[in-house]
Design a binder for this molecule. Sequence first.
Ligand code: NAD
Length: 492
Amino acid sequence: MSEKRFRGDFIGGDFVAPAGGAAFASRDPATAEGEVVLEAVGDVAAVDAAVAAAREAQRAWRRAGLEARIEALRAVQARVPAHTERIAQAITAEMGKPIAEARGEAASIAGKIEGVIAQLPYELPPAPPGAPGEQRFHPLGVVAVIGPFNFPVHLLNTHVVPTLLTGNTVVAKPSELTPLAGQRYAELFADADFPAGVFNLVHGLGDTGAALVAHPDVRGVVFTGSYDTGRRIRQATFDQPFKKVCLELGGKNPAVVLDDADIDQAVREILLGALLTTGQRCTATSRVVATPGVADALETRLVEAFRRITPGDPKDVTCFMGPLASHGARDRFVQQLAAARAQGAEALVEVRALAGGAYVTPSLYRVQGGEATLAEELFGPHVSFERAADRDDAFRRAADSPFGLSASLFSADAESWEAFYDQVPAGVVNINRSTNGASGLLPFGGVGMSGNWRPAGSLAPRNATYPVAYMRADLGARTPYAALDGLLGENA
Ligand code: NAD
């Protein structure tokens, strides 16, 4: 890999060595002991400097106009091919994502920029027909973008791009598990000579994120991460109603397979849904619910498939599933599954922790529904398998979760699709395809504990703005109001 040196925070267009703060390190989960990838420092005091730089740059950036902002983002886009491999290597080293998948994530930075530029006029339209004026979308100001480890670059970029294009400036914070990936992302902006202070990045642990979220000059927060952290952010901003807080949180996503499903298709999509990124996607399939006519065959097929798949070296370009993101995540995951078994879940395919890294094999448990541990987001390659009495029971079971991010139905029947959409609350509802693989050209976000209904994806530009009704009258025009005319006479 290319040089790995911690360059500090990216503030005002330069990398700035931290003056102090807490040391932390990212570690390669594909190594037995968790070899150090990057030693970094999180300096909470840097948050003030980064927000000040972003605030200072915001007015000029907003006034520069959309064309100038597009040009600046296109300069970043043009540099993506030269950075893709460096970014991908960092993602794989720090969180174990298979290199082919990591390359896709890195390359998607460019496509996202193109996509948002194309979508802006559609997502932020001037006014509905017949309106007596315009609607405009005003930037919020300084926006904090806080990212998780599982898409360490994409989930910064997917919010940074619409936020910048709409005239805001940004302070981003990558996950503490992936500081090198975050640094690589900032290097892209540095290399593109992006206007100083418009994009900033600070490293650190949760305390850095907390300081950023609470900062009074931060007018918007786009957070992607766990429910628990999202909840803390809501609490921390309770007394700042002026702050727009957008939360993209976890999921516990069901795939319902009805008797009339194409079983080959269902099996393949469930495998992709459950095991891509080693089950560490917010949209990962973690529950399968089947109706009686298909349940036996589906269970047999899933057991066979789960037994065949073992994790491999994420640096190998043919790797399908790598390790979990950290050794700690592996230990937690294995303990949670032990708790689920103690609550009555029956292991059809048991989890095994493998040597040489944070590797676990895919596991499949037969459950009755309601096992407390399996109601939580486990964030690993695991599926719980439930048998339903009939279609209604299947939909009821699918809906029985406090989360509501994505849900899939496998069926040939259009009426069943409508019933599924009606009865299973989720922000992403898929028919005959896996629960993951969301499109940036459509809204993305969840209901229930999965988020606060501020969808990202195509609607992200709205998160980064507040709407303004913009009405005007001709110079000298009089607003008719008979009762006032009666009082003031005809010259009024
Ligand atoms: P996490 O909540 O542990 O951390 C996310 C980020 O929040 C990190 O950068 C962390 O440093 C920061 N943070 C921690 N405490 C904070 C605080 N008090 N204030 C502000 N920031 C704070 O999440 P994770 O483990 O990195 O990511 C996995 C989670 O993210 C899963 O729950 C997954 O479902 C979710 N996720 C959601 C989506 C989505 O779009 N809905 C996408 C990907 C991941």
